[in-house]
Design a protein around this ligand. Structure first.
Ligand code: AP5
Length: 217
């Protein structure tokens, strides 16, 4: 199974991806997680991405396409879920080109729908583990011990780009550049699974699993 998860910042892409990969044994390829790892390693890519990520803009397409096609190749053979990529029509075209060359296709696009009003609370309440990448929320998904990762990694942190100002820019960027990606896949008659993600986390997971069970793969 090869899936793309689409949705605005804070829609729950990372949260639902973790559950999908656990259930179906897929690789989780998150462009945001890969970029954050590049930044932590102080690589050239990480340094180039820094300003865009801190201000809520998008990292240039050519850098992202190379990075994600590389990740897909390394996951070769296994199914995967793409989280946060493609985020522009140019990225979707770059992905299609690489998949065509490899004789592969995407099984389905899972589109998480959440209104903008629900996003700010989710993002400002998010706490992440800098070591294992686990994601929590101060109200909606609490760790067993406040401020500590359940996997024994140590203290949780708040992402730098989860401030109200940057969240507002990320939403603007989403509407200006990323929302069109769904239309790209609609035009190509891809299998699109529309999910109401404005409900509790477990209810969203149930809706995603139900939709995936109906897929013919
Ligand atoms: P990235 O890390 O991809 O950020 P994002 O898309 O903005 O998505 P998030 O990770 O913020 O949210 P999510 O949808 O995964 O939600 P989560 O599950 O964590 O990208 C960061 C930056 O990197 C970008 O701004 C850009 O600069 C750059 N970048 C990345 N990819 C790029 C690309 N392809 N091209 C160019 N630049 C790129 O949930 C959020 C919170 O809500 C959590 O606390 C969670 O517990 C809670 N929550 C989740 N679901 C629910 C629910 N149903 N109800 C209540 N709370 C919920």
């Amino acid at each position: 199974m090869k899936l793309i998860l689409l949705g605005p910042p804070g829609a729950g892409k990372g949260t639902q991806c973790k559950r999908i990969v656990d259930r179906y044994g897929l690789a989780h390829l998150s462009s945001g997680d890969i970029l954050r790892a590049e930044r932590a390693a102080d690589s050239e890519l990480g340094r180039k991405a820094q300003h865009y990520m801190d201000t809520g803009g998008l990292v240039p397409d050519d850098l992202i396409i190379d990075m994600m096609i590389g990740a897909i190749k390394r996951a070769s053979g296994a199914g995967y879920v793409l989280d946060g990529f493609p985020r522009t029509v140019a990225q979707a075209e770059g992905l299609d080109e690489a998949l065509n060359k490899a004789g592969e296709t995407i099984s389905a696009v899972v589109s998480l729908k959440v209104p903008d009003e629900a996003i700010l609370d989710r993002m400002t309440g998010r706490r992440s583990c800098p070591k294992c990448g686990a994601v929590y929320h101060v109200v909606n998904l609490k760790p067993a011990t406040e401020g500590q990762c359940d996997n024994g990694c140590g203290p949780l942190v708040q992402r730098k780009d989860d401030t109200p100002e940057v969240v507002s820019n990320r939403l603007k960027t989403y509407h200006e550049q990323t929302a069109a990606v769904l239309g790209y896949y609609q035009k190509r008659q891809a299998s699109i699974l529309q999910i109401d993600a404005n409900q509790p986390i477990d209810a969203v997971t149930n809706a995603v699993f139900k939709a995936l069970e109906g897929l013919d793969v």
